[in-house]
Design a protein around this ligand. Sequence first.
Ligand SMILES: Nc1ncnc2c1ncn2[C@@H]1O[C@H](COP(=O)(O)OP(=O)(O)OP(=O)(O)O)[C@@H](O)[C@H]1O
Length: 232
Amino acid sequence: MIIIKSLTLKYGKKTVIDNLSVQFDANKIHGIVGLNGAGKTTLLNAIFRIKKPAAGHIYWNEAEISRKQISMLPTEPFFYDNITGKEYLDIFQEPNFELNKWNALFKLPLKEITDTYSTGMKKKLALMAVIKQNKPIMILDEPFNGLDLETTRIVRSILLQMKLQGKTIIITSHVMETLTNLCDKLYHLSEKNILEQADKSNFDTFEQSLFQNIEERNKTAFNDLFGQSEHN
Ligand SMILES: Nc1ncnc2c1ncn2[C@@H]1O[C@H](COP(=O)(O)OP(=O)(O)OP(=O)(O)O)[C@@H](O)[C@H]1O
């Protein structure tokens, strides 16, 4: 279980997360939703220990969390120039990883250099690396962005299998359907904190209040442009 206690995250004087306390249970897929700039990536980076908290703590099974326990998929994966897909995967040491079986699903040209890969292919390669690392915690920042329909379904099934293997999985997405179909718990990050959270039994209410919140934020601006009409 990941326990976050009184976490504050800042860039200079700007506070992005303010006094957040939340916990993410093991054997579950957790989905974080929030507007652009709400602080999702910043929060994930803090859990991955590449963003230092201004205050607060993040624990994994009662000790301070360590990067060794986590594999992370960034929104835009980075690859060195002139490295092949296979060479990239070789960076991550895991003798039990069955590359050929996994690539039967991912279908990547692993002998080619990653500079020639499309956006979706790069994402797939980075995902394979996350899977290969076989850590107890998986943090995936917009994992479905750029994936084709087939890979989206495959990744969804893989994540469900990973959950059954006992992993704690945290994902972000801007697509509500992706989140409600996959996640066990949802969290709405807004106003520097988690405004609302829900488990499967109240996803409907969660979604309604999320869209109501968005509508209210924009009502005045819409009315100024289009007058008092229905906007949704
Ligand atoms: N390196 C940085 N330096 C200064 N401010 C930053 C930095 N990275 C992010 N921010 C700011 O922190 C806030 C949160 O950004 P973050 O990337 O965490 O949001 P997000 O919820 O992941 O957004 P998106 O949905 O667009 O990916 C934004 O206001 C952003 O401008």
